[in-house]
Design a protein around this ligand. Structure first.
Ligand SMILES: C[S@@+](CC[C@H](N)C(=O)[O-])C[C@H]1O[C@@H](n2cnc3c(N)ncnc32)[C@H](O)[C@@H]1O
Length: 242
């Protein structure tokens, strides 16, 4: 099972294994398949974190987003020890603490974080509802979450273009850029797993609804540069007791 709300344990393991296989080529391939936009999007989103914010990135992988954060106190949650190991070289260990965990069970105290970011990782959560509930729990009142992923617009010309890009162009470009050993070790092309998660991922309206149901306010989605990615945000409201 893999749908807009999550995926089975077997599928999730396959997704993480595919990411581990492409880890050495991850940043290079991402830049190639997004025509250089991936890092521009990450920098644009990282600018929402202030130096004094306590920041949490969920699904930090090889550190591709966290390296752009300027905050003094950053927690990076990543379920794969192998991917987290790649990030150790990139990230400033004085400001960034790597934590091995999943977004559905965040090992942090209630109301301990100012900003949460999920950058190209929310699509891989095995239980999207549980993940949003955990993010809400660890955020301080007034805190914000930003979920960034490859754009999945409702049916129309842009949706057709992106669909064609993800299903047909990405696997071909990746085949040129990824170390051929990755294609021998795994039973299938790791980028076909990316196609599966993109197909199963829902429209942003589904995740906006999940955020609103969980109690987030000011929920909205915007396109990032060139409309290849979206950012959905929500704010944990202040309450009379907070
Ligand atoms: C495509 S990578 C994104 C890495 C990085 N954030 C970036 O900007 O490229 C997705 C990451 O999410 C992680 N991930 C998968 N399932 C997760 C879950 N349930 N909770 C937290 N992270 C998860 C994967 O292991 C992987 O490192």
């Amino acid at each position: 099972m893999m749908d807009a709300n999550g995926m089975s344990g077997r599928h999730w393991t396959e997704v993480v294994e595919a990411l581990e296989e492409i880890a050495p080529d991850y940043d290079r391939v991402n830049q190639l398949i997004t025509f250089g936009l991936a890092d521009r999007w990450r920098r644009e989103v990282a600018a929402y974190a202030e130096p004094d914010d306590v920041v949490l990135e969920v699904g930090s992988g090889p550190g591709s987003f966290a390296r752009h954060l300027i905050s003094k106190s950053i927690y990076c949650i990543e379920p794969s020890g192998e991917l987290a190991n790649y990030s150790k070289e990139l990230l400033d260990q004085n400001r960034i603490q790597l934590v091995r965990a999943v977004g559905e069970k965040i090992p942090m105290a209630d109301q301990s974080v100012d900003k949460v970011f999920c950058v190209f990782s929310f699509r891989d959560f095995f239980d999207k509802g549980e993940g949003i509930s955990e993010i809400h729990r660890v955020l301080k009142a007034g805190g914000e979450v930003r979920i960034v992923d490859v754009a999945k617009p409702p049916p129309g010309p842009l949706a057709k273009l992106l669909d064609m890009h993800v299903k047909h162009i990405v696997p071909r470009l990746a085949r040129i850029a990824v170390n051929p050993a990755s294609y021998h070790r795994l039973k299938r092309d790791p980028y076909m797993t990316f196609v599966d998660t993109y197909k199963a991922f829902g429209f942003t309206s589904i995740y906006e609804n999940l955020l609103s149901q969980q109690g987030f306010s000011e929920v909205k989605t915007e396109f990032l540069k060139m409309k290849g990615a979206t950012m959905t945000r929500g704010k944990k409201p202040w309450t009379s007791t907070s």
